[in-house]
Design a protein around this ligand. Structure first.
Ligand code: 5GP
Length: 179
């Protein structure tokens, strides 16, 4: 099963996914390519493959998109087992269009104010970049209903439990359908 997690920048997708992988160790994380520079704490080859725009242009992608001025893409390869993708809403829709059986989950912030607070607190973007991310978030939130499920990230353990339940339920459903 392809499991696509999307949601605005700063909503906590990275932390949610890290915890999910601990709870459901059979899941694999697909590693995206990006042209943005690594941030402190980013692990090249684990969080992303960091490449130049020239290298990016040569790669075969299942989907790719421009987000906040940089390119991001999911490599087009044979994914085995249950794979998690962390992409923006454009990516989620592109994967769903090509692979309609994919499960799409959108993570929401408890409020706009909370999202702004989280972006400021993580100190990884300059004020101008935060402004762009908040504007993108507003646009993305309007499109949350295009995903199969919406989950509010209020408390990390609640969020992870909810998503883990959704994944288990959908895996069971698919097993039933394949009998
Ligand atoms: P960040 O730079 O904060 O790691 O990611 C910025 C945005 O790009 C996030 O919304 C993230 O989900 C999205 N993103 C990361 N990888 C991909 C990808 O492969 N494809 C698409 N479409 N978006 C991605």
């Amino acid at each position: 099963m392809l499991i696509v997690i999307s949601g605005p920048s700063g909503v906590g997708k990275g932390t949610v996914i890290k915890e999910l992988l601990t709870q459901l160790p059979e899941l694999q994380l697909a590693i995206s390519y990006t042209t943005r520079s690594p941030r402190p704490g980013d692990r090249p080859g684990k969080d992303y493959y960091f490449v130049s725009p020239e290298e990016f242009a040569k790669i075969d992608f299942l989907e790719s998109a421009e987000v906040h001025g940089f390119k991001y893409g999911t490599p087009n390869k044979e994914y085995q087992g249950d794979v998690l993708f962390e992409v923006d809403i454009q990516g989620a829709n592109a994967i769903k269009a090509k692979r309609p059986e994919a499960l799409t989950i959108f993570i929401l912030p408890p409020s706009d104010e909370e999202l702004a607070k989280r972006l400021v607190k993580r100190k990884t973007e300059k004020p101008a970049e935060i402004k762009i991310r908040l504007e993108t978030a507003r646009q993305e939130l309007k499109r949350q209903w295009e995903s199969d499920y919406q989950v509010v990230n209020d408390k990390i353990d609640h969020t992870v439990n909810k998503i883990s339940e959704i994944i288990k339920l959908e895996l069971e459903k698919r097993k039933g359908e394949n009998k």
